[in-house]
Design a protein around this ligand. Structure first.
Ligand SMILES: Cc1ncc(COP(=O)(O)O)c(C=O)c1O
Length: 315
């Protein structure tokens, strides 16, 4: 199917929800995941939200990805369902290795029910370690039997081209022939019914950028800056004894905290540090995407100091 233009990735995900989710449709989301999935699939569409733990607490012999949790969640399904995948992940900043991808695809191919698998590729290309599987999982999923799995790719310029305000995204279904034509028609109809069409001006700017032979070099330059920040953050955290959940890509890191993360978030905010509290998993999410390299060491020291304070209080 040809990609259909959406008004950013959020709109693409909302279209997926319009097309494939009814009230009560099971939607399997990674835990933790981007908070907007619950709003789009759950609150707006009334889906039956279910979670599978994305990463193990300890690295297993096969890696960090908790494929057993996914297999268990899939095994509980008894009607056509939707599965959301998001690598590099928000909030964890994790991407799988090729071996983990093989096991993930194998697990999904054994689905007991027909499955729509959504690849939210918002942060595609932000891979900071050589062992990461470098492609979207969409192409592997689209090769699975069409009567069991329909792969849907959600991507766009927001983060892949750092065109944050542009609001240009794409929805692509892994289908061919008459199925592709029908899915394209329905997707275009759902876009028309929701926003009419994405901004022509933003699309024209993007089309011009895509024709620029210098674009890959510009993308690499920005990605290089992000990779530097990632490396500085990793080093500073190690020096400060600050332990994060496994992260190797994207622009986020998640730190488990004792006590209420929201209280800690407020305390950090009073120091001029903005983080997101993830109360449901007792953690803070740090974003290094727009953090100047020079600000990373004092930021990490400040978080470490606050965390030591919380630890002292709780003992
Ligand atoms: C995982 C994920 N998907 C989608 C989006 C939304 O992208 P957009 O701004 O293009 O709607 C975000 C933005 O934060 C995100 O983190």
């Amino acid at each position: 199917m040809l990609p259909v233009v959406t008004a950013g990735l959020t709109h693409g995900i909302a279209l997926v929800s319009m097309l494939f989710v009814d009230p009560g449709t099971p939607v399997l989301m990674p835990n933790p995941c981007w908070g907007n999935y619950a709003a789009i699939f759950g609150r707006v569409q009334g889906a039956d939200l279910r979670a599978w733990r994305l990463l193990r607490a300890q690295r297993g012999p096969q890696g960090w990805l908790d494929i057993d949790a996914l297999a268990t969640a899939l095994g509980r399904l008894s009607r056509p369902s939707l599965l959301v995948l998001n690598f590099p992940s928000n909030p964890l900043g994790y991407s799988p290795t090729p071996a983990e991808v093989d096991r993930l695809i194998d697990c999904i191919s054994n689905t007991p029910v027909p499955l729509v698998v959504v690849c939210d590729d918002a942060y595609q290309g932000m891979s900071w370690e050589p062992e990461i599987y470098p492609h979207s999982l969409f192409h592997r999923l689209a090769a699975l039997p069409a009567d069991r799995v329909l792969a849907v790719k959600i991507d766009g310029a927001t983060k892949e081209l750092f065109y944050f305000g542009g609001r240009v995204g794409f929805l692509t279904c892994g289908a061919a022939g008459s199925a592709a034509l029908v899915l394209e028609e329905k997707t275009r109809a759902a876009a028309r019914a929701s926003i009419s069409s994405a901004s022509a001006t933003a699309q024209a700017v993007l089309a011009q950028a895509l024709r620029d032979p210098d674009l890959p070099a510009q993308q690499n330059q920005v990605r290089g800056r992000l990779r530097d920040r990632y490396r500085i953050l990793k080093r500073c955290m190690q020096d400060a004894g600050l332990v994060a959940r496994p992260f190797n890509s994207g622009m986020f890191a998640v730190i488990d905290v004792p006590g209420d993360p929201e209280t800690l978030r407020q305390a950090l905010l009073a120091d001029g540090i903005g983080v997101v509290s993830l109360s449901e998993i007792g953690a803070l999410r740090l974003s290094y995407g727009s953090l100047a390299s020079a600000d990373i060491p004092p930021l990490v020291q400040s978080i470490a100091r606050h965390l030591r304070g919380v630890l002292v209080e709780s003992t």
